[in-house]
Design a protein around this ligand. Structure first.
Ligand code: FES
Length: 149
């Protein structure tokens, strides 16, 4: 039996929503310091709905599959709902990941939250840090986020 589920292989081989959005409303870039993988998520927002989501992932197959699945799960959804997306939900939707690959799905959760927070910052929309639990630890590590204008 393969180490990866069919869903993981499918999203790795045929990732959905890959690329860049020109003039995005928000961009989130996150990375994992240990493996060095980087994920960038672009969003378009209209009336509080994520009308488009795209990603670029410079990383492993699980990270690519996770970002692909995450974009599918949040596209067309209200921002508030996208913020509730957990790495657990992404992993489950992928039919599971090996334990040592779970951190790859965490990147997807972080990237979504970072993109939404960037949208709030750029549009001067007040927000609560508590709505971004996945970004709690990123402040000094990423050098990206609320300070940027
Ligand atoms: Fe680092 Fe997958 S090994 S994101």
């Amino acid at each position: 039996m393969s180490l990866y589920s069919e869903k993981v292989m499918d999203h790795f081989r045929n990732p959905r929503n890959v690329g860049i959005i020109e003039n995005p409303d928000g961009v989130g870039e996150v990375g994992n310091a240990k493996c060095g993988d980087i994920m960038k998520m672009y969003i378009k927002v209209e009336d509080g709905i994520l009308t488009d989501v795209k990603f670029e992932t410079f990383g492993c197959g699980s990270a690519i599959a996770s970002s692909s699945m995450a974009t599918e799960m949040i596209k067309g959804k209200p921002l508030k709902e996208a913020l509730l997306l957990t790495n657990k939900a992404v992993t489950e939707a992928l039919g599971g990941l090996p334990a040592y690959k779970l951190h790859c799905s965490v990147l997807a959760e972080e990237a979504v939250q970072a993109a939404v927070r960037d949208y709030y910052v750029k549009h001067n929309i007040p927000y609560d840090e508590k709505d971004f639990p996945a970004l709690d630890h990123e402040h000094d590590a990423e050098g990206h986020g609320e300070g940027e204008q």
